[in-house]
Every structure is written in C-alpha cells, then in structure tokens.
Design a protein around this ligand. Sequence first.
Ligand code: ZN
Length: 259
Amino acid sequence: MPEGDAVYRTATRLRGALDGRVLTRSDFRVPRHATADLAGRAVITTLSRGKHLLTRVEGDLTVHTHLRMDGSWQVMQAGRRTARGDQIRLILANQQWQAVGVRLGMVDLVRTGEEERLVGHLGPDLLGPDWDPDEAVRRLRGAPGRTIGEALLDQRNLAGIGTIYRAETLFLRGIWPWKKVGEIEDLNGLVSLAQRLLDANKSYAGTVTTGDRRPANQTWVYGRAGRPCRRCGTRISRGEMGAQPQERLILWCAGCQPS
Ligand SMILES: [Zn+2]
C-alpha cells in the first residue's frame, strides 16, 4: 500500500504534468461522476495530504483521489494508448500529457471549498508544510490505552504512515508494537523519527530506512520475516494487528523490541 512518501512523489509528478495547463479531456470512469467533464479548465495544482491527493481545477473544483491498496497515477505522453483499460478510473489529459489513474480507491469531484469535508479529519501531515509534532502527540495521547501500532496507522492522529513506516519506526525506537500509547515516554521522539524517515524517502522511489540503498539492505524489519535481525540476530517476527477486517501486517524483533 502506498504510504505518505509515495503519495507525495505522485503529487510531484502530477504537478509536473498538469499544473497551469488546460485540460483537453477528462474521463471519469466511476459511476458517480461519469458525466463530469473538466475539458477547457486549467489545472491549478495537486497537493498531497497524508495519503490523499487533491487536484485543484479552475472554477472552484477539486478532484480528490486516494490510492488505497494498489492504486497509482501514471503520467505519459498525451494520446498514447494505455494498457489495463478496465482498471482505469480517471484520465486527466492536456495537449502534452495524460495522467492515468489506475485502480484508484477513491475518486471524488467536489467544490474546492469543500475539501475539508474529505480531509479535515486527518491529523498533521508528516510531509506537509504544516507538520506539527506536538499536535500529533496530543492526538495520540487522546487514547492512551490503545496499542501504539494501531494508533500510528490511524490517519486521524497523524497522516502518512502505513505498515512499512510503522514497523521500521517502532523497531528503530525499540518499542514493542502492542505497547500502550500511555506507556511510551517519548512520543515526540517517535513521531519525529517517523517524519524524518518519510522525508528522507520523499524524493526517491523506494523505502530506505537503513541508509543503505542496496535492494537487500533497505529495511530493518519490513519484508524480513524469519530472517536475522541486523542488530541482534534474533529472527524477525511477523503478525497481524488490529481488529478484523482491519488487521494489518506488523513485523518486529522480539530481541530489540521486548514486550
Ligand atoms: Zn534485534
């Protein structure tokens, strides 16, 4: 699932292709907006907010998209035929470029003034210009009995963390994923580290938390179930967190992150 840094990179790509250019075609392949037509309007810009994308268009309109589990935005030259036709949810094209939204989890078209209705619930965006670690900590503390693993994925606390950064951040802080939020002394250090990890990867197509970009060396625990911990040699554990059907993958080192 794309995390905040991947969504941030997607917004950068969409800005490069669409900002300031007049749309020659829009093709909403979702029932709710099947008749919408943005042709003739210029795109103002695309912003990322956590894992959400907001593409603002002339005339007080915003296209809201979310990549969810396996969605993506692909940018290619205008007019080029695209494969995966049945998986396309939205196309925004100008004379030079077309942005093709494949398997998008959400596609909405709203008044720009109504964006808050879609993203107003989000906590501070780890990669946003208004990132506020104190506010993220305040929100986390609002439910001290919750496990930190679940709380970090809740986008209402802070926006942008998915299963990879959750696992890597908790490993680096030596925190057992099922530890209660109220029992963690330095929440500020935890969220600040998560922010630094995402920020370090926001311009790079990959997720590197070890500082080593060689393919086999990029993470501490994520993708390494059953293999020896890089620090202590204990085999990395793998499990699920959260109530069904929301449970999500977690990896940890029982040696470095004792319960
Ligand atoms: Zn270890």
